[in-house]
Design a protein around this ligand. Sequence first.
Ligand code: GDD
Ligand code: MN
Length: 364
Amino acid sequence: MTDAPAPALCVVVPCYNEALNVAPMVAALDAALTGLAWEVVFVDDDSPDGTADTVRRIARTDPRVRCLRRIGRRGLSSAVIEGALSSSADFIAVIDGDLQHDETRLPAMLHKVEDGADIAIGSRHVGDGDAAGLASPLRERLSATGISLAQMLARAPINDPMSGFFLLRRTRFEALAHRLNGQGFKILLDLLLAAPQPLTIVEVPYQFRPRTAGESKLDILVLVQFAGLLIDKSLGGVLPLRFLAFALVGAFGMLVNLLVTSAARRLGLDFGTAQTIGTIIAMIANFELNNRLTYRTMRLRGGGYWRGLVLFMLVCGLGAIANIGIARALYHDNTAGLAASAAGAAIGVVWNYAVSATLVWRAR
Ligand code: GDD
Ligand code: MN
């Protein structure tokens, strides 16, 4: 036993390339949380800008500061989950590392949960909170669309289901942890949807600040992934999210194949050559999309990229042979043409998915 008790509040800060924001963040927490026993965990995904080093430098003189450095992985949600699970504090708060969220609201949020709320959410859309910090009209539109989609799914009336700023008891977090999807960036929505009974929510308004250092990581692909999370949740998780993404990319690839093949035909190439070119280009497009989207968190680069591409083309080539073979066999067996093609395509996509998940991207 030592006389230093476990902290009451653990602030989890996911960060990627936020080196310049670390020291201001610690200072801001220090000012906002006076009188509380708190700790902060910066969960850094091996940022090239040296975020982890910056955290460690501060941590050497301030035991309230911890660094969780993850290697070979990316993702806001999984970073938050691992940061929260690394703590023994009574309460967990999650806040962005770029000072856009208002840390001075944390004590108010803590009181709400101490007073019986299951979760306190910093909200940009109630009372005097606002979304002025969202840089562009496009971002605002995307955000609004996401909110209405999320509200349809969350079983609780909530103004800012996209918030990345919230506080709850650690025991509650741990109880939900097994049911979290962990992909993408919508950890709050993930938590709300994981709860077997709707959580009692209290929203605490705050003013979203503009970013002063570093840049936003929330790009269009992250939003596509978010759409995937919503689809996954509305299907009750029966189909793995990755499989859905893979199948969608595959459908897109068929379109590419058709377009390129017919363009090549129009240039006067014979059918076999045109079809071969179309297939190869579609495979490359599919590999690229799967690498950036379906397997975003384990994206292949450098030498691994080329090795992956060759493997992927071999796997899908075999998938295509299986597809055609099965469709032919069924067709000869008097199955209607369309049903035979559909069965062939279904088996082809399952094969491609299963084999490339273990061979090309080594998903666990
Ligand atoms: N560890 C880790 N890994 N951290 C990440 C990653 C990642 O892959 N991607 C982003 N982060 C960190 C950022 O460094 C930042 O501290 C925080 O997560 C939020 O990322 P931003 O890139 O700043 O997001 P934003 O400001 O565009 O998004 C805001 O609006 C969203 C809703 O529209 C934030 O308030 C989000 O929390 C909110 O969900
Ligand atoms: Mn931000």
